[in-house]
Design a protein around this ligand. Structure first.
Ligand code: ATP
Ligand code: MG
Length: 250
């Protein structure tokens, strides 16, 4: 498969604090890539760097072979990169449909072009049937899982080629986590590559074709998800000096 996104020596800083140290990673068109790592490893920072929310230098990020390092967030949206942010960040006080219409309007304003079949409200309802009857309901009255579906839907309505998902499962019940993750293969098969940050390592491994593990701003492991032994993940996740690693993974 062809490379959709790549980073070359990606570095990110918050003021004097360096959070990412020269990351090289690739995402192929239509694949699901998982990003794992302990709290503070730099997962959210990486996603923010990929969608323009954190400034990166020219040459550090390529989309379809084009240098997009340093592009503003709206420009990254226009080029097909959408983020489902940590904590969902929906617009409280607005209905589900109005939340989604914000994305439709934004896509129109930015003249985003769909690649393949466009995402519409109808198509979202087919993807997440639980949302179909909730269009007129204030978004804060939905369950956490349904809110996460709205957050994913809002990103999909930006017609992304690359969907960046930060902690989709956080705080949700197992059943709805399964429902949400069940939607990912279909999204990817329809032509949208997905990078998913996931705390649940086993879930990350199951849900992805490839995975990267971050530790303190560096990639400590990468490979085909199904082929990586659990011990290798444990070591990459906690670092080699942490003797509690294997217990913590059990
Ligand atoms: N706005 C910020 N200002 C300063 N430092 C930050 C900021 N955001 C994150 N950091 C630091 O950057 C590092 C990476 O944080 P990041 O949020 O990317 O980690 P993460 O892997 O997403 O962690 P978590 O699993 O807790 O979400 C951490 O050391 C964090 O303290
Ligand atoms: Mg995070």
């Amino acid at each position: 498969m062809s490379t959709l996104l790549s980073t070359q020596g990606l570095v990110a800083r918050y003021g004097d604090f360096q959070a990412l140290f020269g990351l090289d990673l690739q995402v192929a068109a239509g694949e699901v890539v998982a990003l794992i790592g302990a709290n503070g490893a730099g997962k959210s920072t990486l996603l923010r760097s990929l969608c323009g929310l954190l400034p990166v230098a020219p040459g550090m990020v390529r989309l379809d072979g084009q240098d997009v390092g340093g592009q503003a967030p709206h420009e990254m949206v226009r080029r097909g990169v959408a983020l489902v942010p940590e904590g969902r960040r929906l617009f409280a006080g607005m209905t589900v449909e109005d939340n989604l219409r914000v994305a439709i309007d934004q896509a129109r304003k930015l003249r985003v072009r769909a690649h393949g079949e466009a995402w519409t409200l109808e198509r979202l309802h087919a993807l997440f049937p639980a949302l179909a009857s909730k269009a007129r309901v204030p978004v804060e009255s939905l369950s956490g899982g349904q809110q996460q579906m709205v957050a994913i839907g809002r990103a999909l309505l930006l017609q992304p080629r690359l969907l960046l998902c930060d902690e989709l499962s956080l705080g949700l019940a197992p059943l709805v986590i399964r429902e949400i993750y069940a939607a990912l293969p279909g999204i990817a098969a329809a032509g949208t590559a997905i990078v998913v940050v996931e705390q649940d390592v086993a879930l990350a491994q199951r849900a992805s074709q490839r995975l990267y593990c971050l530790l303190e701003g560096r990639i400590t492991l990468q490979g085909a998800s199904a082929a990586i032994p659990r011990e290798a993940i444990a070591q990459a996740y906690f670092g080699t000096t942490d003797h509690g690693a294997h217990h913590a993974m059990a």
